[in-house]
Design a protein around this ligand. Sequence first.
Ligand code: HEC
Ligand code: HEC
Length: 289
Amino acid sequence: MKNKFGPLLFVLTVSFTNNILAQTSSLSQTLSNQQMIQSGRILFTRHCSGCHGNAADGQGPASQMLNPKPRNLVTGSFKFRSTPTGTLPTHEDLIRTIDQGIVGSSMPSFRLLSHSEKLSLAMFIKSLRADWKESEGSSISIPDPPKDIFGTKSTLLASAFHGRKLFIEACQTCHGDKGLGDGPSVDGMVDSENRSIRPANLTKKIIKSGPSAKDVFKAISTGLDGTPMPSFADTYSEAQRWNLVAYVFYLRGIGSGTYSESADTLTDPSKQKKNKETKTSTSGDSSWN
Ligand code: HEC
Ligand code: HEC
């Protein structure tokens, strides 16, 4: 009997023990998750509820005076995500928002909190929605900005030339011909909470999603959920989206005086080459400055 069932008993015992171990470790994991959420709640009351409210519904005492309003974290949409439109942000997205704040709004940076405090806050925010797990998106891949576009001013302007066509086609109705945020659809524009909202003035330095080419690519690709700003991930190829980013950079350059607004600044790159050939000896590249 012993010989016959010994190995089986051994296997059963081992798998039983493993099972218990697995259960214990997932139990302690759950416990520590609960503890983190609990400490996130305490941190939230201390640092965030003045704006976001004790119930995280965006109705804190300071919210009356703020525009844009603090987010309702229980039912609101999230603007700053690396995930596709219609999904919830990842852990890292939340930590990034907490870490960096949102420039151009009253949402401050909490850079001075420790990483585990930021993590607890992110876990607390996720615990506010029963559907978080199933609705969380996965980050879309954001490639490095192509060097043959962002390497030099003239390659950037050549790409912006193509970007402008797409911009007129898809963006100017909201952002306006010159990117000032004054397109024909602006009147009566509201966000998902029925509050009035304006398209970004793209000639201004501040882009809430962040200033880098990757940040702008991300905003165009994911859209800003809860606002009229749509996702263009399915509309335009990666190459086209980089041309749009180049055009946004060009518009910002006009705002800061780096580029001139004269109609001929963006010329067809194929024609531009010919111009350049005849021009190099005299004026060089100074027209881009
Ligand atoms: C002084 C007011 C203020 C405080 C304090 C504040 N927030 Fe905010 N928060 C805002 C505002 C305003 C927005 C919306 C900005 C916008 O829509 O552009 C916002 C947005 C957010 C968002 C949404 C980001 C997105 O992708 O849409 C998160 C998450 C957030 N806050 C978390 C926090 C946490 C966590 C704390 C505390 C550690 C905190 N906030 C403290 C004002 C505040
Ligand atoms: C239906 C209107 C609409 C269209 C079309 C639209 N946008 Fe927007 N866009 C907005 C609004 C509204 C905001 C501001 C959201 C906010 O402040 O929270 C915005 C914001 C932005 C931002 C700034 C994001 C930030 O983080 O501050 C960029 C960049 C941008 N849009 C680029 C584009 C480009 C490029 C296109 C065309 C491919 C486009 N938008 C098309 C409405 C639109």
